[in-house]
Design a protein around this ligand. Structure first.
Ligand code: TYD
Length: 213
């Protein structure tokens, strides 16, 4: 993808890893401090993407087949990249996204037992080849994450997949890290919220400073 003077940071992790709650606090802090950050999330982040999100996460959609699921995630992503992410990067800003293409590789790939290679084409088509500069993985055992989700009452269609699916997702993330270690930083999310937050804050601070923001 051309015209990318900005920096693109993504957060990944299993359901209930605390990404969203951490970003609620940290992104505001960095914006207050003057960093040109735009926050977004997947699936969704645009009016069209949010409609696709509702379809994807609806517990009533038990008939959804894996290929339809994979394509709907890419449709929402294409809309987000071209409508929101790319324009902010073109201005030299920083985009922080709660999930991105690695979620497709982890969930629709490893989770549904499809090869990474079989998904790369549709991901590339959706994103125009936009790859994050930094991806932070909040790593957590799926049992812990799903229990947190149940306690919080936000259980969705993907959460309802069986525990083996969620184990494959976690293993998948760790394999993606091994395949491209320079892009990823792994944070152990099975610790108190404040400790995890301190670690993420310092990672973000270091990268932003090194990039000259
Ligand atoms: P969400 O409620 O946003 O969960 P979280 O707070 O954990 O991000 O739901 C998003 C769900 O969609 C989550 O279960 C992961 C899944 N997902 C995929 O399966 N593939 C994808 O490409 C993306 C972006 C998300």
């Amino acid at each position: 993808m051309e015209n990318k003077p900005g920096k693109f940071i993504t957060f990944e992790g299993p359901d209930g890893s605390g990404k969203t709650a951490q970003l609620d606090i940290l992104v505001d802090e960095f914006i207050q401090a003057g960093y040109p950050i735009l926050r977004t999330r997947e699936p969704g982040g645009t009016p069209i993407g949010d409609q696709i999100r509702a379809t994807l996460l609806d517990l009533k959609n038990t008939a959804m087949i894996d290929r339809a699921e994979a394509l709907l995630y890419q449709a929402a992503r294409a809309q987000l990249v071209y409508e929101i992410i790319q324009p902010h990067l073109a201005k030299g800003g920083v985009v922080i996204s709660d999930r991105y293409a690695d979620s497709t590789l982890a969930y629709q790939g490893y989770g549904h037992q499809n090869t990474v290679a079989s998904l790369e084409g549709i991901i590339n088509y959706a994103t125009g080849g936009l790859v994050p500069d930094l991806t932070i993985l909040l790593d957590l055992a799926p049992e812990v994450g799903l229990q947190r989700r149940m306690d919080a009452g936000g259980f969705n269609r993907l959460d309802s997949y069986d525990i083996d699916f969620h184990h494959r997702v976690r293993t998948g993330y760790l394999e993606l890290v091994q395949a491209d270690p320079l892009r990823w930083v792994v944070v152990n999310a099975d610790r108190p919220f404040g400790e995890v937050q301190t670690e993420i804050r310092s990672i973000l601070q270091n990268y932003l400073n090194n990039w000259g923001y």
